[in-house]
Design a protein around this ligand. Structure first.
Ligand SMILES: Cc1ncc(COP(=O)(O)O)c(C=O)c1O
Length: 432
């Protein structure tokens, strides 16, 4: 194969989406060169190879210097730090010994573990609904649920910054979907007014906490508008479960909207420290999804050790509100330290365990990320096309497992990097 030399400075991900070549694989070759060039320049911060448990710290392979490197983790959604709790590991271990590693089939055809049935009961109690359905991933929970319920001739309204799994659910459903301006109820009302009477079934899918920036949706207004137009409402609580609300149930709990939201979606990959997802809803809707949700039916059952780990994590999450309090202490402490250091954070004040720090041009974000890694801190980069080219940012996630020393170190390393790359607004902070 001919080698393609690409200077990554001249391209973005958008440049490799399409190609004029008849061979559908043709675009893969220049894209390979693009990623190789990013790697050579030390700007490729994805797919890091992790070699130990990921808590407040972990160990990763160092692609530049070789060998392993112990790093501070500021980019995991392990909000309550439950993935290494002895009770969680013990439950997973026992399930593995009892059931083996997997069912090797779908829940629909090959059988549903009693462990899953029990977890569904507990999730329904936790969410105060009649029923819950467990899925192998949170992504599938969105795709299966939305596409099972919505049909051509129906319409879905979603926020412009909705998660890919919400968008893909709309695509698979094959019905119309329209996006309203981010967190703008007036935009939703205008849009629903414009399409009133033109479609049959209506569904609004809101995200309680947005995955990129960690900001919270104005859910009371969204629910009110959905009710006004006779639409069903579904709320994705992926980043809110275990973090937000007096009982950790999420934004529905935070705003006390119990009983006014038709479907609540959650994932096991964040506070619940494993993989998988669920929806909590009425028994009729749950039953319908089990028989028409293709991403539920035509995929393998979750593995028993994961289900046992999630059940144990859910129990701890409910039993120990102190974990959530600890997380919020960390969020408050860290955000105030970032602001003292001169950083422009969003949202301000934080509304979840996700905080973004505005940096500027993509090149500076990449350079900062490289420096942070060299100093032993992992943070996620958010660059074009996810945001405008000059609005690159770092996305940080907090955990109850972080100590004050961890958070101080993250701020110190970030401040030093921002000073050396002359991040806008950081000049004053250079002398602190
Ligand atoms: C808002 C939101 N919904 C759904 C998902 C999908 O969940 P999972 O990664 O557990 O499949 C995510 C994952 O990041 C998410 O952020």
């Amino acid at each position: 194969m001919q080698k393609t030399i690409i200077n990554s400075d001249d391209y973005t991900l958008l440049d490799f989406l399409k190609s004029d070549e008849p061979d559908p694989f043709a675009k893969a070759q220049p894209f390979y060169g693009y990623i190789e060039d990013l790697r050579r320049k030390g700007r490729y911060s994805y797919h890091r190879v992790v070699t130990t448990a990921c808590t407040n710290k972990t160990t990763v392979l160092d692609p530049d210097r070789g060998g392993e490197r112990r790093v501070l983790v500021m980019n995991s959604n392990n909000y309550l730090g439950l993935n290494t709790r002895p009770e969680v590991i013990q439950a997973a271990h026992e399930a593995l010994m009892h059931y083996g590693s997997g069912l090797c089939g779908s829940r629909f055809l090959s059988g549903t573990y009693d462990l899953v049935v029990e977890l569904e009961k507990r999730l329904a109690v936790f969410e105060e609904t009649e029923a819950a359905v467990v899925f192998t991933t949170g992504y599938q929970a969105n795709v299966a649920t939305i596409s099972a319920l919505m049909r051509p001739g129906d319409i879905i309204f979603i926020d412009r910054l909705s998660h890919a799994s919400v968008v893909d659910g709309c695509r698979v459903a094959g019905c119309a979907y329209r996006t309203y301006r981010h967190n703008d109820p007036d935009s939703l009302r205008r849009l629903m007014g414009r399409y009133a009477g033109r479609y049959r079934g209506k569904l609004v899918v809101a995200e309680g906490i947005f995955s990129m920036d960690g900001d919270m949706a104005p859910l009371p207004e969204i629910v009110e508008i959905a009710e006004e137009f006779g639409a069903r409402i579904m709320v994705d609580e992926a980043h809110a479960t275990g973090v937000v609300g007096p009982h950790g149930q999420g934004t529905v709990d935070f705003y006390d909207l119990h009983g006014r939201v038709d479907i609540v979606l959650g994932t096991f990959s964040k506070s619940l420290a494993a993989t998988g997802g669920f929806v909590a809803t009425s028994k009729e809707v749950a039953n319908y999804i089990r028989h028409y949700g293709r991403a539920y039916m035509f995929t393998a059952s979750p593995v028993p050790s994961t289900i046992a780990a999630v059940t144990a994590a859910l129990e701890i999450m409910q039993r120990e509100p102190a974990l959530r309090e600890r997380l919020w202490e960390n969020i408050r402490y860290f955000s105030s330290r970032l602001k003292e250091a001169g950083f422009d954070i969003y949202p301000d004040p934080p509304q979840s365990a996700i905080i973004t720090v505005k940096i500027g041009a993509d090149a500076i974000v990449h350079a900062m990320s490289k420096r942070l890694f060299e100093e032993g801190v992992l943070m996620s980069t958010v660059v074009y096309p996810a945001v405008s080219p000059d609005e690159g940012r770092l996305r940080l996630s907090l955990s109850a497992r972080h100590s004050r020393a961890d958070l101080d170190r993250a701020v110190d390393v970030l401040s030093a990097a921002a000073r050396s790359f002359e991040v806008a607004g950081m000049a004053g902070a250079a002398r602190t």
